[in-house]
Design a protein around this ligand. Sequence first.
Ligand SMILES: Nc1ncnc2c1ncn2[C@@H]1O[C@H](COP(=O)(O)OP(=O)(O)OP(=O)(O)O)[C@@H](O)[C@H]1O
Ligand SMILES: [Mg+2]
Length: 353
Amino acid sequence: MFFDSKFTVIDIGTDSIKAVKFKKKGKNLAALDLGLQSLPYDSIKEGRIIDETVVANRLMELIRELNCKNSKIITTIPNNNLIIRNMELPDMKDESQLAEAIKWESEDHLPFPVESAVEDFRILSREDGNVQVLLVATKRDMIDNFINIFERISITPRVMNIQPMALVSLAEYQNKIENTVAIVDIGMSGTRVVIGDNKNIYLSRTIDIGGYEFTRIIMEEDKLSYSEAEQLKKEKGIQEEFDDEETEFDISQIAATGMGERQYMISMARNLAEQIGRSLDYYNMKYRKKVDQIFITGGGAKLKGLKGIIEKQIERDLYSLDPFLNISSRQAGILNSDEFAVAIGLGVSEVLA
Ligand SMILES: Nc1ncnc2c1ncn2[C@@H]1O[C@H](COP(=O)(O)OP(=O)(O)OP(=O)(O)O)[C@@H](O)[C@H]1O
Ligand SMILES: [Mg+2]
């Protein structure tokens, strides 16, 4: 019997679309080909595809590049409005009855009406007449919005996974999970904090500070276009703080020398760090334990100076997560490896499942 071991993953991000063509053999994965297509600024906003034509065209180009139109396509839904919760219910043996009960119960957990939601769940354990489930829910129109793009180019994705699951799978595939890990994915539109282990996701939060917020500061302070500010941000990063003597400049000098911009970037980074810290604290309190390790990934993690600011504030070390570890690839020294974490995670989810 013919068995197709090839599949392609596609991660439509706010800044760029990433695609990886894989071949699997047992639990081993080879990345046969990969590609990245940048998207024009503003084509996706708050997880919603605004300029469908542009996004569909770029996706088509990528699919042509990788020559994967007929392969099995796996993709992900946006993080916006994605709800992941652990719930406990009285056990019922009948699956459809349980699904119905979860639907009722989930009403309290959703910030939108249950009628407009798509829900899925996974049974974690059953004990003492109770059942623990992991609930995943999102708004139906968020999914439709993404499916539309694929339909425009006559592709039907076979699997739609969620990004937090892809990230936890990546850590699992790399044997990084002893007890629990936290993964911080800093994208363009926001930062995702996921805490999980091989079985479960205990926390998944979106913080609305991502790479864009830093670019925006440079746009406003230096009166630059988006792409000019992006370039400057990637070159300069967040520059070191001045020591006390130097901060005694008067305000007019601050404006003239661009010190305001630096201060804004530092406080944005601290704000992000504080919110990451709050997610970790919440986990510590609820489960009375700390995560083993904290990984950072996503293109935004490359912002020079950011990692140090977060580490200092949350008083924990951050580790990078090389998505291509343990994956054989023809492309040596991949440039944007941080950006590929979700895509590779989607791939490894397929072999871990
Ligand atoms: N060298 C760099 N220095 C600073 N920032 C960088 C660098 N390289 C990429 N970035 C930033 O990373 C972000 C893009 O990362 P990524 O590709 O992970 O986001 P995305 O997946 O497209 O977006 P999202 O997940 O929010 O939908 C952009 O904001 C970009 O400016
Ligand atoms: Mg992303």
